[in-house]
Design a protein around this ligand. Structure first.
Ligand code: PHE
Length: 428
């Protein structure tokens, strides 16, 4: 559940619709699903196994499993990626909190699409708001890590996540009853091969890594906390199914509404923040629905930010201990939060940085980190015997599946990532 909490977040509900909208809808969806099938299972399993075998976070895991520092660069990639993602992710989480507060105050009542668009602009350019709502989610996340109440949050999300799903099903039902909603469904589900460009493929791969939290060690940490008897394959499949379901639902909610309200699907990062309040205004029990939805969205975002910040905090603890200046956990939380707040504020006030962090992490750093981990497990770790990465997983993984898994990590995943990179650069 914790891993699913990390995976399901703004990546599904905010980023997926806007990236799909910018990249041709149906064409993007198909490539995205292919990426999930191709990369999702092997790479989630890889991270879980690295964590489970080593019992360590991203910093200690590579050293522990390799016996030397040669793969340590990967943990630096993870840590850098975590910071850059936090830089823009907290900004968007802040927007969600802002919308939650406004939903409570019934601010969206009677606003049309134009009013909602200018409202979004106002929110993202009003300095005091930007500071308050940029810092608030960082502080909340830091509190969770400081007081070590992860467990409580997980238990809470066991109830809240299904509730979010129910809420989204209801919204999808309402949206599909709008006039012209079929145009949006066609946009999202009609596959037009000619729309697949190298850029679409790169964006779809990046979105797949981002949405599943692959490639920056977040899932290594959760692997480290797994009981030895936990079935890694099953857990990975469950995370993938849940994450993909939420992304698909988000698409089914947003696109029909976009067309029904006469809006543009390629509107960029603001897309869902303009369309969602308009949809909620159409629901029965408007006030309750809006508060509930934005409340659940904030929780979904927080369970992701917790996993992001945890990578940085654990890195700082372990790295400082390795260099003989051990920092305790709470000091690491403080230092990390201070750095993140600085980064978030820069992203708030300088849009190009927000955009490039969003782009660089998904399209470059996460695939690089994931490729490194695939190569590490595929080539560096013995795949048989006591030290083998799948040792202890025997009961769950059959021989042919084990062989396929290693083969995919050794050849298929790295080759696919390199081809997509080169293709998007125009080299092939
Ligand atoms: N997967 C999260 C989401 O979809 C974002 C995330 C990425 C969290 C990487 C942790 C690590 O919102």
């Amino acid at each position: 559940m914790a891993a699913a909490g990390s995976a399901v977040g703004l990546g599904n509900i905010w980023k997926f619709p806007y990236i799909a909208g910018e990249n041709g809808g149906g064409a993007f969806l198909v490539v995205y699903l292919v990426c999930v099938l191709l990369f999702g299972l092997p790479l989630i399993m890889t991270e879980f196994l690295i964590g489970k075998r080593s019992g360590k976070s991203a910093y200690g895991a590579f050293h522990a499993l390799n016996g030397n520092n040669r793969w340590q660069w990967l943990s630096w990639v993870c840590m850098t990626t975590a910071f850059l993602i936090m830089g823009f992710y907290f900004v968007v989480t802040g927007w969600c909190f802002n919308y939650l507060v406004e939903a409570c105050m019934n601010v969206f009542k009677g606003m049309d699409m134009q009013a909602l668009t200018s409202h979004f602009k106002e929110i993202t350019t009003n300095t005091p708001r930007m500071i308050v709502f940029g810092v608030l989610p960082v502080v909340l996340t830091a509190c969770v890590l400081w007081f070590d109440v992860n467990k409580g949050i997980e238990r809470l999300s066991k109830i809240l996540m299904p509730l979010l799903l129910v809420m989204m099903f209801l919204m999808a039902g309402r949206v599909l009853m709008l006039d012209n909603s079929n145009i949006g469904m066609q946009f999202f589900f009609r596959f037009d091969f000619s729309q697949i460009t190298p850029r679409v493929v790169l964006e779809a791969m990046g979105q797949c890594f981002f949405s599943l939290s692959i490639g920056m060690g977040a899932l290594i940490t959760y692997g480290a906390y797994m009981p030895k008897t936990q079935n890694v394959t099953r857990t990975s499949i469950e995370v993938i199914i849940l994450d993909t379901l939420v992304a698909l639902l988000a698409g089914v909610i947003i696109f029909p509404a976009v067309f029904a309200f006469g809006f543009n699907p390629a509107e960029g990062p603001q897309l869902v923040f303009v369309v969602l309040p308009a949809i909620l205004e159409q629901m029965s029990f408007t006030w309750l629905s809006s508060v509930l939805f934005f409340g659940l969205l904030c929780i979904a975002a927080l369970t992701s930010t917790i996993s992001l910040m945890e990578v940085a905090v654990a890195f700082l603890c372990d790295a400082s201990a390795a260099h003989n200046h051990p920092l305790d956990r709470r000091k690491s939380v403080l230092i990390t939060s201070a750095l993140v707040i600085a980064l978030v504020l820069v992203c708030e006030f300088w849009q190009p940085l927000f955009d490039s962090f969003d782009n660089i992490t998904a399209c470059i750093l996460l695939p690089l980190g994931a490729m490194g981990m695939a190569l590490f497990v595929g080539w560096r770790l013995p795949n048989n015997g006591q030290k083998g990465v799948l040792h202890g997983e025997k009961t769950h993984i059959k021989r042919w599946a084990r062989k396929t898994f290693i083969f995919v990590l050794r050849f298929i995943v790295p080759a696919a990532i390199i081809i997509i990179f080169l293709n998007s650069l125009g080299v092939i």
